[in-house]
Design a protein. Structure first.
Length: 269
C-alpha cells in the first residue's frame, strides 16, 4: 500500500499489481456457473469422467475455477505466468482447506509442469494473450503434451465477428469492500488487420486510511474468427469436438457471440 502514486512498468507482465485486487474486481463473476459449464463438457468429452478426472487449469489466475472444479471432486492443478496471481491462488486454496498444486509457468513453458491429465483448460480468453502465432502453436503443443490418450483441451477466445463492431473504447468500473475502493478505467483500441486489441487499464485504489495507489497495465489480446480458429487447429493436428458460445454448449455459434468455446483433442489420423 502506497501513500503516493505507484505506476507499473508498461512492458511488465499483466496481472502484476492487478493480482492483489483481481478477485475484488471480478467478485460478481459467476465462477460456479462457468465451472458447471466446464464440468458438463468434461462429462461429455473427456476419456475419464467423474470424480478423480485430472484437470490442469492453464492461466489459472487466482484459482477460482480450480476451486470450483475441485469442489466437484476433480483432481485439479493450476498454472499461471503471474507470480502474483499464483500467490493469491495458493493463499486462497489454503484458506479454503484445499490441497491444490499451483505451478508458475506460461503457456509456452507449460511442458515443464509434467504429468498427464485428462483435461487441459484455459479460461477467460487467456490464450488471446499469445498474439504471436509461434507462441500459440507452442502453447497448443504443450497442452497436447500434458494430455493422456484421448485427453481434451477446453478453451475460449474472443470472436472477431463480435469484437470489431461491438468493442467499447472507454469503460469505467467501480467496486469496493471494507478495505478499499477501486476505480478501473479501460481504454481499448483495435487493430482489425492484425486481429488484436490493446486494453489499457488505469487503476486507482483508495484505502480506508486515505492512502491511494495508482497503476497502469497494458493488455494485448488476439481475437479470432470461428473458421480461422478451426482451420488453425486442423493445421496443428487437432480435431474440434465442439465449437459453441461460452456457457451455451447446446447452441450454434453466432457472429454476435463475444466468446467462442472450443473442445479439441489430438487428431488420431
Amino acid at each position: 500500500m502506497s501513500s503516493g502514486a505507484a505506476v507499473a512498468d508498461k512492458d511488465a507482465i499483466p496481472f502484476g499489481e492487478y493480482s492483489a485486487i483481481y478477485d475484488l474486481v471480478y467478485r460478481d463473476k459467476d465462477y460456479a456457473a462457468e465451472a458447471g459449464f466446464v464440468a458438463g463438457l468434461i462429462e461429455q468429452y473427456s476419456p475419464r469422467k467423474g470424480a478423480g478426472a485430472r484437470v490442469i487449469d492453464l492461466a489459472c489466475g487466482t484459482g477460482r475455477h480450480a476451486f470450483e472444479l475441485a469442489g466437484k471432486r476433480y483432481a485439479v492443478e493450476g498454472s499461471d505466468i503471474s507470480s502474483g496471481m499464483v500467490g493469491v491462488a495458493r493463499e486462497s486454496a489454503a484458506a479454503r482447506g484445499l490441497d491444490l498444486r499451483f505451478h508458475e509457468h506460461s503457456f509456452q513453458a507449460a511442458d515443464a509442469i509434467g504429468g498427464k491429465f485428462d483435461v487441459a483448460l484455459a479460461m477467460f480468453a487467456s490464450l488471446g494473450y499469445l498474439t504471436d502465432f509461434s507462441d500459440f502453436a507452442r502453447a497448443m503443443r504443450n497442452a497436447a503434451g500434458l494430455l493422456g490418450p484421448g485427453g481434451i483441451f477446453i478453451f475460449d477466445v474472443w470472436n472477431g465477428a463480435a469484437v470489431l463492431p461491438g468493442y467499447s473504447p472507454h469503460k469505467v468500473r467501480r467496486m469496493g469492500d471494507a478495505l478499499r475502493q477501486v476505480e478501473r478505467v479501460s481504454r481499448t483500441s483495435v487493430d482489425a488487420l492484425r486481429e488484436q486489441a490493446t486494453v489499457r487499464f488505469e487503476f486507482e485504489v483508495t484505502y480506508t486510511d486515505g492512502a491511494i495507489t495508482r497503476f497502469t497495465e497494458d493488455h494485448h489480446v488476439r481475437f479470432y474468427f470461428a473458421q480461422e480458429m478451426t482451420d488453425l487447429l486442423a493445421a496443428l493436428g487437432f480435431e474440434v469436438l465442439l465449437r459453441c458460445p461460452f456457457l451455451e454448449p447446446g447452441r450454434a455459434l453466432e457472429a454476435s457471440d463475444w466468446n467462442m468455446t472450443f473442445v479439441i483433442r489430438r487428431a488420431t489420423s
